[in-house]
Design a protein around this ligand. Structure first.
Ligand code: NAD
Length: 464
């Protein structure tokens, strides 16, 4: 099928590359010229395992193209994905200006022929109808400017009805950064929100190879379940999923804080409750709190939507407040061990909000850096991705080191912030010997406590 993906960030580029990989012909549109230049040269502007490889293969087979020209993308696609960012506003609600610009732009370029316009961005509940209105506005604006529409080789004025044959679908995205390509080929479910059978059928056709597990790691699994529902329910599914996961983490963090006080071990508690099939063992790792580009903004946006409709979301507000406190648990633990932090040097192991990504949006490390700086602490950091990339120059209040040993050198304590796999195999003996004070605050309960103690560290976990 002919697909256009507008916005080539973590979601758009992965979606575009994966759809090209399964045989569709994809045009990816982004208004960032630098990004488009990189992608045309076969380079991914983001770090995501496996992405460069499928991108390059799709370029070589002519299945994917990149452009800044929205009109070219809209003309090409029978399915048009909107995958631009919806970052949080200071009020907590979503900033939907990028979606708005794209929706109007699509309207301004619709050229006849039926199109399915898909909201893949996480958009506030009710955005499906809003996007439909914006597309119609875009068409109307163009008509009022009397810009001729190209139909075949003939330039002519097309009536609104002829160029406005489109439907809106909500198809929320559940991929996780760090395993986005894997998740796209191995989804737990696909959600399609629409009230139009034709649009639903086209979406089902688009995803057939994925539904049939043709590109899955385990091809013997039953087909991927498709949840076909109305627009608002599809939009709500995305928010409810993220709000549930964030609340689950806040829950175990609350339990961890109680464990700390009563002398229980949260890792044992998580194991004990996680074996209950009603609870499940995922998302029960206590630590320094959730962050990243999705959970904080999506939970805040849902709270805001509830407020708009006169409902106070007490539980979600509590999940956020537990998390805000948790994100500074590293500072609290440093104070317990080192007492005065002014004039001390603290090293952060990891900066990104989770491993295998270069995403620093709303990363807990940023809170830690800011808070420690405020307390007069010098902060250094090492991160497998950030330390090797130009990103390190954009960070303030922290000196980014190029290797773990340079990080340890002269530190009064280390805080493990991101559970990068390679951190389990560092030369901790050498690192301890380089430190003023070999203290390790394991903010993810990720390291082998005994190994660290044998290496000479005073080890402190979260809730254990
Ligand atoms: P991103 O910021 O990484 O990418 C957005 C892209 O859109 C950028 O490349 C930007 O240049 C481009 N863009 C902005 N305005 C444009 C315009 N007018 N025309 C063309 N391109 C434009 O965002 P992301 O992380 O990929 O997230 C996209 C959406 O998907 C968000 O709504 C997010 O909440 C949702 N989502 C994200 C994830 C995730 O893990 N990142 C997972 C699920 C859902």
């Amino acid at each position: 099928m002919r697909v256009c993906v507008i916005g080539t960030g973590y979601v758009g580029l992965v979606t575009g590359a994966c759809l090209a990989h399964i045989g569709h012909h994809v045009i990816c549109v982004d208004n960032n010229e630098e990004k488009v230049k990189l992608m045309k040269a076969g380079q991914s502007p983001i770090f995501e395992p496996g992405l460069s490889e499928i991108m390059q293969a799709a370029i070589a087979s002519g299945k994917i193209e990149f452009t800044t020209d929205l009109g070219a993308g809209v003309n090409h696609g029978e399915i048009l994905f909107i995958a631009v960012g919806t970052p949080p506003l200071p009020t907590g609600e979503s900033d939907t200006r990028y979606v708005e610009a794209v929706a109007r732009g699509i309207g301004a370029h619709l050229n006849g022929g039926y199109k399915v316009i898909v909201n893949k961005s996480t958009v506030p509940i009710g955005s499906g109808d809003w996007v439909r209105m914006l597309v119609l506005d875009g068409i109307a604006e163009r008509q009022s400017e009397k810009v001729p529409v190209t139909a075949g080789s003939v330039k002519e004025e097309l009536p609104l009805t002829q160029i406005a044959e489109f439907d809106i679908v909500s198809n929320p995205e559940f991929l996780r950064e760090g395993s986005a390509v894997y998740d796209t080929f191995n989804p737990d479910r696909i959600v399609i929100g629409s009230n139009n059978p034709k649009a639903i059928a086209m979406m089902e056709e688009l995803y057939t190879p994925i539904v049939e597990r043709q590109f899955a790691e385990d091809k013997t699994l039953p087909p991927v379940p498709i949840v076909v529902t109305d627009l608002s329910s599809a939009e709500m599914i995305k928010y409810a999923a993220n709000a549930f996961l964030a609340t689950k983490i806040s829950f175990i963090n609350e339990v961890a804080n109680i464990c700390d006080r009563v002398g229980a071990d949260v890792t044992q508690v998580a194991k004990g409750i996680g074996l209950d099939s009603r609870i499940g063992n995922k998302f029960l790792q206590a630590g320094i709190g959730w962050g990243g580009s999705c959970f904080p903004k999506d939970v805040s946006a849902l709270i805001h939507t509830a407020d708009d409709y006169g409902y106070e979301a007490h539980l979600l507000k509590a999940a956020v407040s537990v998390n805000q406190r948790q994100r500074l648990i590293g500072v609290e633990k440093l104070q317990q061990v080192l007492k005065i932090l002014k004039g001390k040097t603290v090293g952060l192991l990891g900066l990104t909000f989770k491993p295998d990504t270069d995403d620093m949006r709303d990363a807990p490390a940023l809170n830690l850096i800011e808070h420690l700086n405020r307390l007069g602490t010098k902060v250094k950091a090492y991160d497998p991705i950030v330390s090797q990339s130009g990103m390190r120059h954009g960070l303030s209040g922290v000196m980014v080191e190029t290797d773990p040993e340079r990080l340890a050198d002269g530190c009064d304590a280390l805080v493990l912030v991101t559970d990068w796999k390679q951190f389990q195999h560092l030369d901790y003996e050498k690192m301890a010997s380089l430190m003023n004070n070999p203290v390790m605050i394991d903010g993810r309960n990720f390291l082998d406590r005994e190994k660290l103690q044998q290496a000479g560290f005073y080890y402190v976990g979260v809730g254990r």
